[in-house]
Ligand binder design. Structure first.
Ligand SMILES: Nc1nc2c(ncn2[C@@H]2O[C@H](COP(=O)(O)OP(=O)(O)OP(=O)(O)O)[C@@H](O)[C@H]2O)c(=O)[nH]1
Ligand SMILES: *[C@@H]1O[C@H](CO)[C@@H](O)[C@H](O)[C@H]1NC(C)=O
Ligand SMILES: *[C@@H]1O[C@H](CO)[C@@H](O)[C@H](O)[C@H]1NC(C)=O
Ligand SMILES: *[C@@H]1O[C@H](CO)[C@@H](O)[C@H](O)[C@H]1NC(C)=O
Ligand SMILES: *[C@@H]1O[C@H](CO)[C@@H](O)[C@H](O)[C@H]1NC(C)=O
Ligand SMILES: *[C@@H]1O[C@H](CO)[C@@H](O)[C@H](O)[C@H]1NC(C)=O
Ligand SMILES: [Mg+2]
Length: 586
């Protein structure tokens, strides 16, 4: 049974990562470079044109931001993320020995939830993090488990850590669902059923326990509850760059409450009702949403009309008109076919009829999945911060508002009837309770979990590596040799200023595929929302589009076209008509 679970789990994981990798765009920056040299190189591009990205005309912001020309010329990984809201704390290296002697450690620690069996993975993560950061800063490690840690686990982590070590047992009440639930046939059936439906980790009871624990309880554990900040670490993760300053200290100085390195889209079948419920919570508690909310929601408030759901992915005016044309053809087909009864005097030519039927089939295939139903004119865009790396303020989660949110979710039973990850829950909480400037993208931290990774370009500002006296040198000699050679720092100052190259002594794997450039990434949305010129949310929601009126106008225009023997495929909305519509209604 266990083996079966493992295989299934492995398969889900494999497929999931395959999907994300396949969605990497074709712009491969590294396609031939890595054959010549094992280092990671950015392509040399004339970045002067990047200045054109700075836009003063708000109405055009999305048009320009999403224009294919710009995105294909400048992959997300080659853009600077610096803005008034957020920027990396350090471009390149500081002297970590000086940093750690000059500043006192904060009340902060690493938090690792793990099983005894995962000791090898835990050691790999610890070696990497000790070598890259903690040898100079000596923050404590806290290990949590639902069972007592064995002696092997305890002694092996001791060999690697330069900081204090603490082991904590998780209260069974916080790990397990309430007894009457967890042992009920209903519980077992819905959990088993998630496996049958192919939901990743859906039928693993322990995975549900883990996600629920990380959503509702870890921050209250006696070893955690008094920490100011924590850094969450998982087994088998790797860090690609040296971190030569204290991230907790910088978070505090800059009033940051939540830090991430990777933001991607969640699998929808794990969270079909999470967003709807969250919206209900927002309404019931009258929560005033900060700018961060836009990072997680498809807002359809702009489009008012019967078919507004069909416009949920519209990003700009061109997109809007493309959708309008598609939907008008569909509306026309639907009308014609519904009226095709015997006493209709006009017979529809069979060729047109089959075309219309195809249109209808195509349309229903492209309809948004009903699983992600909209609520309050919004739906979840599935973005979330990957919580396997998290540097955050514990206060965010011990706050009464977060606790109320957790209780609301717990009462809905979604932690077992669905397979909510703690990542989307932490993220939606950040979306409700933090503004964008309180969130930090640790873009300078190179990080890999499973097959997904982020690795920054090296800044010109490099310093030699000097190990600390406290370093326990548990890194394998060949790894130390590998790390001693760093990726060539960006030399061209023109490139440097636009690229935001921030890495300190990074060495990215030669086959590294940057998650920022993948289709499943939410980095571009983060970049857009944080742009200094991004219009504030009020100016976006004050306008509404009367879709019914526009669709009706378009349908009449199409019918005129066809009555004048126009071919349905050729029907377009002319520029002057577009201008008219934009002027009158938008
Ligand atoms: N003690 C304990 N820890 C667990 C259990 N299940 C998961 N964890 C830990 O919870 C964290 C997340 O679990 P993972 O299995 O890595 O989940 P994931 O990161 O979504 O999936 P992977 O892609 O397999 O890494 C890891 O630190 C695990 O060690 C459990 O049953 N007991
Ligand atoms: C980069 O492009 C700008 C504008 O097109 C041009 O003026 C400049 O000479 C170019 N720089 C280089 C190094 O090619
Ligand atoms: C913004 O763009 C629109 C459309 O191109 C243009 O009509 C308008 O004058 C521009 N406004 C400003 C302030 O540049
Ligand atoms: C429309 O009517 C014609 C003639 O009665 C019939 O052959 C055809 O199958 C009908 N099409 C639909 C979609 O009902
Ligand atoms: C339906 O979709 C297919 C594949 O995307 C496309 O080739 C075809 O032209 C579409 N048909 C119509 C009538 O839109
Ligand atoms: C974000 O929140 C902090 C803390 O509440 C506040 O000090 C800051 O002014 C806010 N910034 C914006 C842009 O709203
Ligand atoms: Mg993991």
């Amino acid at each position: 049974m266990i083996i079966l679970f493992r295989i299934r789990r492995w398969l889900f994981k494999y497929i999931y990562h395959l999907i994300i990798i396949l969605s990497l765009p074709l712009i491969s920056l590294f396609s031939y470079n890595h054959l010549l040299n094992n280092h990671y190189h950015p392509k040399l591009i004339n970045y002067t044109t990047l200045n054109q990205l700075y836009i003063n005309n708000n109405t055009l912001f999305d048009n320009l931001f999403h224009s294919n020309k710009i995105t294909s010329k400048f992959p997300i990984s080659e853009r600077s993320f610096s803005s008034l809201n957020d920027d990396v704390f350090q471009y390149g290296c500081r002297d970590p020995i000086m940093e750690s002697s000059k500043n006192k450690r904060l009340n902060a620690a690493f938090v690792v939830l793990a099983r005894n069996t995962e000791i090898d993975g835990v050691i790999l993560s610890m070696r990497s993090l000790e070598r890259r950061f903690n040898q100079w800063f000596n923050y404590p490690w806290i290990f949590l488990n639902d069972e007592p840690f064995n002696d092997e686990f305890k002694s092996r982590v001791e060999e690697v850590s330069s900081g204090e070590i603490n082991f904590g047992l998780i209260n069974s009440l916080n790990w397990h669902f309430p007894n009457n639930l967890e042992n009920s046939p209903f519980f077992n059936e819905v959990v088993e059923n998630q496996g049958d439906r192919g939901i990743m980790y859906g039928n693993m009871k322990s995975y549900h326990n883990m996600c629920r624990f990380y959503s509702g309880f870890f921050f209250e554990h006696p070893l955690i509850k008094d920490l100011e900040f924590y850094w969450r670490v998982e087994p088998d993760v790797e860090f690609y760059c040296d971190l030569t300053y204290d991230p907790f200290l910088e978070m505090k100085k800059n009033n940051k409450k939540y830090g991430f390195t990777i933001t991607i889209k969640e699998l929808i079948n794990t969270v079909p009702n999470l967003f709807k419920l969250t919206n209900k919570f927002i309404i019931e508690n009258n929560i005033k949403l900060p700018d961060t909310w836009s990072l997680f929601s498809n807002n359809m408030k702009f489009f008012k009309g019967e078919n507004e759901i069909n416009y949920k992915d519209v990003k700009n005016l061109d997109d809007f008109f493309r959708n309008l044309i598609k939907n008008t053809k569909y509306n026309y087909a639907k009308n014609v076919i519904n009226n095709n009864n015997s006493d209709n005097d006009k017979q529809i030519p069979s060729k047109l009829l089959s075309k219309l039927n195809k249109l209808i089939i195509n349309h229903s295939n492209s309809l948004p999945k009903s699983i992600n139903e909209k609520f309050n004119d919004e739906s979840y865009n599935l973005c979330h911060f990957w919580s396997n790396f998290e540097i955050a303020s514990n206060e965010l989660f011990t706050s009464p508002q977060y606790k109320a949110y957790y209780k609301f979710l717990e009462d809905s039973n979604g932690f077992f009837t669905e397979r909510w990850g703690d990542a989307p829950i932490h993220s939606l909480a950040a979306g409700m309770f933090l503004n964008l400037s309180e969130i930090h993208y640790f873009r300078d931290i190179g990080y890999k979990h499973s097959t997904i990774g982020h690795c920054p370009y090296n800044s010109p500002n490099q310093l030699p590596y000097i190990p600390s006296d406290k370093f326990k040198h548990q890194v394998l000699p060949q790894d130390e040799i590998y790390m001693s050679e760093i990726d060539p720092p960006i030399k061209n100052p023109l490139i440097n200023s636009n690229l935001g190259a921030s890495g300190c002594r990074c060495r990215c794997p030669s086959d590294h595929r940057e998650v920022e450039n993948s289709g499943g990434s939410c980095s571009s949305l983060w970049l857009k929302l944080n742009d200094n010129n991004f219009p504030n949310s009020n100016s976006l929601t004050n306008h509404q589009l009367n879709l019914d009126l526009i669709e009706n106008w378009a349908l009449n225009s199409l019918m005129d076209w066809i009555n004048n023997n126009g071919n349905i495929d050729d029907w377009e909305i002319s520029q002057s008509e577009r201008d008219l519509l934009s002027k009158n209604v938008i």
